[in-house]
Design a protein. Structure first.
Length: 179
């Protein structure tokens, strides 16, 4: 069996409706995945499965999600070993340890090029920094991420399918994989 991390782009189902994590775990079990578990109620799912292509897992999870919850949501899947490498590669580790809500990674379905940071520097303010590591985009926000012009610029339309997670979540998932 192999460990996998699945990240939902959104858990919002509509006006006042959100995905309940126990329902997400039940969906994973119906697909035959073992030991599904979640971290915080923001769409972070870990499970065990036979080795299979990540793209196949993403498609299967997205189809099951649409059937179960009534709408499509992009889901990014990473093998557990890849997630541990992602966590170890944080270029803003010290800043994240100081405040885990100010360091985020946009986990991408398709790897980004190293040129991406220069494309978005004009949106950075107050010392915000960007780095592409192994195709994922790391951001160090110096203030609240939700108040940054940069966050709005880093859209699916501009970057492709991906989803943000803060350093606290990245570390939490890595810790769950290590136990």
């Amino acid at each position: 069996m192999n460990s996998y991390v699945a990240l939902l782009y959104s858990i919002v189902l509509g006006e006042g409706r959100r995905v309940v994590m126990s329902d997400l775990k039940a969906m994973a079990e119906r697909l035959g995945h073992r030991s599904p578990r979640t971290l915080v109620a923001t769409g972070n799912l870990l499970f065990e499965a036979e080795r299979v292509a990540v793209g196949e897992l993403e498609a299967t999870l997205e189809a099951a999600f649409a059937e179960t919850f009534g709408r499509h949501v992009d889901i990014i899947v990473r093998p557990g070993s890849d997630w541990l490498r992602l966590a170890a590669a944080n270029p803003f580790h010290d800043e994240g340890e100081e405040d885990g809500t100010r360091v985020h990674v946009r986990v991408m379905r398709e790897p980004l090029s190293g040129a991406v940071p220069t494309d978005f520097e004009r949106y950075c303010s107050a010392g915000e920094r960007l780095a592409v590591v192994d195709g994922d985009l790391w951001v160090h926000f110096t203030g609240q991420a939700s108040e940054s012009k940069l966050l709005g610029a880093l859209s699916k339309k501009r970057l492709g399918i991906g989803t943000f997670r803060n350093w606290n979540t990245v570390k939490g998932l890595a810790g769950m994989l290590s136990t």
